[in-house]
Design a protein around this ligand. Sequence first.
Ligand code: NOJ
Length: 549
Amino acid sequence: MERTRWYKDKVFYQVWPRSFKDGNGDGMGDLLGVLEKLDYIKNLGCDGIWFSPIYPSPGADCGYDISDYMDIAPEFGGMEAFRKVLEGAHARDMKIVMDLVVNHTSDEHEWFQKSRQRISPYTDYYIWRPDPGNGKLPNNWDSNFEGKAWTFDEVRGEYYLHLFAVKQPDLNMDNPLVREEVKKILRFWLDLGVDGFREDVITYISKKEGLPDDHLFPIYKGMPHYNHGPHVHEYLTEFKRDVLDHYDCFTIAEAPLVQPGQALSYIREDSGQLDMMIQFQCMCADCLFTDYLPTRFHLRKMKRAFSSWQYRLKGRAWNSLYIENHDHPRIVSRYGSETFWAESAKMLAAMYLFQQGTPFIYQGQEIGMTNWRPSDPDMYEDVQTRYHYAHSNLKKSPGQRLQALWRSSRDSARTPMQWDGGENAGFTTGTPWFYVNENYRQINVASQEADSNSILNFYRKAVKLRKSLSCVRYGVYREHFPLSDKLYMYSMTGERQKILVVCSFCEKPLRYGVPKGFNLDTARLVLCNYPGPNQRVLQPYECKVYLWQ
Ligand code: NOJ
């Protein structure tokens, strides 16, 4: 089938379903709520939705532990509600992308239940190892979430591997039967009409033979033996050849710690097995590898990340662009400033929306939602956060440990969407499943709808502008003044059009120059986050987009 690569012209909105909008008053976000808000998403300028998992799941990792891949969870409205959302989206010319989580399942999945009882053909669906005895584990790998990567199963009398939570056993992708199951899942959703998949930690699916100990990595022990493992390209090629190639769909792969050069082996347009990658480098300007090792924010590190992906992929592959998702705290509280809240939230939007690639906007990002800061560690829901609180930084006081979580926890960005200033922020008429951020009276959609200068309206303008500019889709990216630690400036140059994007990351006024060949007197200022005359001094967190055509 001819692939049209329609995803290059789209802007996606990520729905983290539990916290988006409750349509039936049970306190949990659901697809009825999504249906109500399809026009809101479309009016933002987004013409695609990525749903974090909405399948049946015990919820040990908020849906990333799936117990049935071919159904929609009843709490989200079941298959009937999903069909309506799909129809409603397609009627509005919007695409729907599902989360494909096949590195692991829930331990409550039928496959695991049968595998632990050695019932054929499920016996080798998972990665089982005998007990080595003497209190030893099959190897020294860490789970990405909680403790070691092995748990002993009393029923089977063996250890199983779980790179994430104890309730998320890893599938054995080396088993051809498991790969057939993955293909069945892909076909099922594609036949129903979905338009693509975001593939969860897909670079982890092939583990090195023999599962050797890791003597290299100080944290996430084992990762060199399962990230980009020996058969990953082979398996992805099989999924593409047998299924994906037969549909006009697209895939975006989540890939922890991937660098652009390595990404190309997956997403080169002439030879790759996937279409885009969710890389993490752009999210590591204020931490080392993970949000749990925070550092001061380094603008140059952030610029290097964005630029290297722009340069390396140009003409070979297509970028995905994001600054928030359900796995990271809120961007305005990290790379921006809560003091210059509206200014910095808008600047961050302009900073990434004009680069080459397909942008993703995470629910609440478009109104500048900030980090949630609970008063008690027991208020956290996330399995990773709870483990981290209980086991890390034990030399620090409980207060210090709690504050560290405000900056690091995924729950900082998982509170219910703030729709209005009424009860429960308009998220539900029932009791919300999770805490609403206390600042919902100041930060909410309704108040920003009413204000033409709001962050929400800035996003709308920025997305519309992006879509009107051919140089963003076809032009050449170039970063200017890369050594500045206060200013991020880049241009996109097309055949008959070019733009210059100027972003201050500084809390003080900042004088700036322009690179050769960019005469501001002949440019049109097409986007800006401050009113007033066009000065050569940037106000705190000011951004400007200039256009020549
Ligand atoms: C990445 C997902 O984005 C995250 O939310 C999840 O916990 C892990 N993969 C495990 O599935």
